[in-house]
Design a protein around this ligand. Structure first.
Ligand SMILES: NC(=O)c1ccc[n+]([C@@H]2O[C@H](COP(=O)([O-])OP(=O)(O)OC[C@H]3O[C@@H](n4cnc5c(N)ncnc54)[C@H](O)[C@@H]3O)[C@@H](O)[C@H]2O)c1
Length: 251
């Protein structure tokens, strides 16, 4: 028996590095996956890849920085699949800068994509989960939300808020058997990380040396953790912030 047989899972940022790995992993384990991304082509490609590999997936494009598309995504997924068992709030952006170098737009867009999206998506999805008697929500926070790296004040602050949001939501909805947890990745090799590396003038090899484990992480390694947290094997995990960093303590 696969862990997610007949379960419906929505993955935001599903066209990106970590999100596509999560979508593939959940589908491999039997889930009917809704791959969502603001980049419609990327979401379509990941869904098509899953279907070609024998899995079940559809793509729904949505810009989750705004309330209406968040509700639209959940309602379209529910209308097409009839249930929502798992919501993975993974989409995110990383605007580099300190207090004075960031623009107002950087600050507000960071909050809209990284945090407000979770508020809206959870408000849309949780009534369906309550009605069904339970569900699992996994949020992608970041190690930098717990231990801030310099020059990323907007990103780090949104991720700290994601951690707080996760714990609050968990406490409020645990009585409904809705488990809410967050993963806090360190450096993971994705397009977002490659963009950051290019901006900083560093290389992947430089980052590998900063990690006591000897290398940065792979999206599939985060996906394995997300799958565990979304599964019944994590039945008593609710409100946990799980770091996955290769023992890297400070960025
Ligand atoms: N890569 C890392 O080292 C790392 C470390 C810690 C946390 N994270 C977090 O992991 C998550 C995934 O990041 P990634 O590294 O895979 O990056 P990525 O850039 O490869 O993927 C992010 C995805 O989110 C999508 N997205 C951006 N804005 C959106 C919007 N408004 N609406 C819908 N989708 C939108 C992008 O199109 C992209 O496909 C993010 O929340 C990120 O903050 C990444």
């Amino acid at each position: 028996m696969k862990r997610f047989e007949d379960k419906v899972a929505i993955v935001t940022g599903g066209g990106g590095g970590i999100g596509s790995a999560i979508a593939r992993r959940l589908a491999d384990e039997g889930a009917l996956v809704v791959v969502s991304d603001v980049n419609a082509d990327a979401a379509d490609a990941v869904a098509a890849e899953i279907v070609a590999a024998g899995g079940s997936a559809i793509a729904i494009a949505a810009d989750i920085s705004r309330k209406e598309p968040c509700f639209g995504l959940i309602e379209e997924a529910f209308a097409k699949k009839g249930r929502i068992d798992i919501l993975v709030n993974n989409a995110g952006i990383n605007r580099r800068g300190n207090l004075l170098s960031l623009t107002d737009e950087d600050w507000h867009t960071s909050f809209a994509v990284n945090l407000d999206s979770m508020f809206h998506l959870c408000r849309a999805a949780i009534p369906h989960m309550v009605e069904a008697g339970g569900g699992a929500i996994v949020n992608t926070a970041s190690q930098w939300g717990l231990y801030p790296a310099p020059n990323h004040i907007a990103y780090n602050t949104t991720k700290a808020a994601v951690a707080a949001f996760t714990q609050n939501l968990a406490r409020d909805y645990a009585p409904h058997k809705i488990r809410v947890n967050a993963v806090c990745p360190g450096e993971i090799h994705t397009p977002m990380l490659e963009a950051g590396v290019r901006r900083s003038g560093r290389t992947i090899a430089d980052l590998d040396k900063l990690v006591p484990f000897g290398r940065i992480g792979k999206p599939e390694e985060v996906a394995a953790l997300v799958a565990f947290l979304a599964s019944d094997e994590a039945a008593f995990m609710c409100g946990s912030l799980v770091e996955i960093t290769g023992a890297q303590a400070v960025a």
